[in-house]
Design a protein around this ligand. Structure first.
Ligand SMILES: Nc1ncnc2c1ncn2[C@@H]1O[C@H](COP(=O)(O)OP(=O)(O)OP(=O)(O)O)[C@@H](O)[C@H]1O
Ligand SMILES: [Mg+2]
Length: 129
């Protein structure tokens, strides 16, 4: 799983990309995933992740797109207007990453952050070695 967070205040842009090599989605599934009541979870009847992600981007004048191929994986790309008053704060990225990594021990994460104060990269395969 690859996650990129890029803050570019100079371009007034925040970009988030999330790429996986999971099961992917066919065209029919993709047409339904932005519906908050579509989920393949069996534990609850709502699937909010993608619709809230797109809504958050759109509230800033940006957008979120999905590119997916069955059997290959999925790429989500969201662009936000960085300075928009409705742009949600990133919050504590370190804690979020910690939760992701420790909660999913079988998944290898490559996390990249790019921002005005520097870049950061974490590849959990290096830690596992
Ligand atoms: N990266 C992905 N690869 C394959 N299928 C996906 C992916 N992301 C979403 N889906 C499919 O789209 C459905 C809706 O996704 P969404 O993130 O909106 O909700 P959810 O994951 O079901 O629940 P929630 O995000 O609220 O925990 C999922 O149940 C799954 O079937
Ligand atoms: Mg989800």
């Amino acid at each position: 799983m690859e996650i990129l967070v890029a803050e570019e205040p100079g371009k007034d842009q925040l970009t988030i990309k999330i790429k996986d090599n999971g099961k992917g989605m066919d065209a029919e599934t993709q047409s339904k995933v932005l519906d908050p009541f579509f989920t393949t979870r069996t534990t609850r009847r709502v699937g909010l992740g993608l619709s809230l992600f797109r809504q958050a981007a759109r509230e800033t004048g940006g957008d979120m797109t999905i590119v997916s191929e069955p059997g290959k994986g999925t790429l989500l790309e969201a662009v936000f207007q960085f300075s928009h008053i409705d742009r949600k704060p990133l919050g504590n990225l370190a804690e979020t990453l910690m939760t992701l990594v420790t909660g999913n021990p079988d998944i290898t994460f490559v996390f990249e952050y790019r921002g005005p104060e520097g870049d950061f990269r974490l590849d959990t395969s290096e830690i596992k070695e």
